[in-house]
Design a protein around this ligand. Structure first.
Ligand SMILES: [Cu+2]
Length: 163
């Protein structure tokens, strides 16, 4: 009887310590990571659109420049890093090759500039949902983030009439 109770007690201790450890991992913040993204968001597009774009501030807290090799997301068949430029008064997008996040620096991905293009969306993205995006660097490091789907701010893309 006594040994059985002891066994139950140890099992409870194991369970408890296990959940404590899991909780600790769940609340891990990546603020001290070498590569980090801030204020990431994905543009809310009409359900008929099969493309969208992600924007963020990409930080490199390391001492080496980090060159982006590519990106992927489970919601899109193709993901490309793009830059936007004005040519003859027309906004054009092209693939940004070897985009570099400087050591101890950052780059801005924002409407009208660099962005991560989500091409051939596998399904419509809902406002507020978190889109996982993985950015691969030539160093072999990767950064995975979750960007919420949001309507573009005023003056950045589609016109809004808000009061
Ligand atoms: Cu683009």
């Amino acid at each position: 009887m006594k040994s059985k109770m002891l066994a139950v007690f140890s099992a409870l201790v194991l369970l408890f310590s296990g959940s404590l450890m899991a909780g600790g991992h769940g609340h891990h913040h990546k603020t001290d990571a070498e590569l980090a993204a801030h204020n990431a968001w994905v543009r809310l597009v009409p359900p008929v659109s099969n493309i969208s774009a992600a924007y963020m501030m990409l930080h490199n807290n390391g001492s080496q420049d980090q060159v982006i090799a590519g990106a992927s997301s489970p919601v899109a068949a193709d993901v490309e890093v793009h830059e936007t430029s004005m040519q003859d008064g027309v906004m054009r997008m092209s693939e940004a090759k070897n985009l570099t996040v400087p050591a101890a620096g950052h780059i801005m991905m924002k409407p009208g500039g660099y962005h991560i293009m989500l091409i051939n969306l596998k399904r419509p993205l809902k406002e507020g949902e978190l889109v996982p995006i993985t950015i691969n660097f030539q160093s072999g490091q990767t950064l995975t983030l979750e960007a919420p789907v949001k309507a573009a701010p005023m003056g950045q893309g589609m016109k809004h009439h808000k009061h």
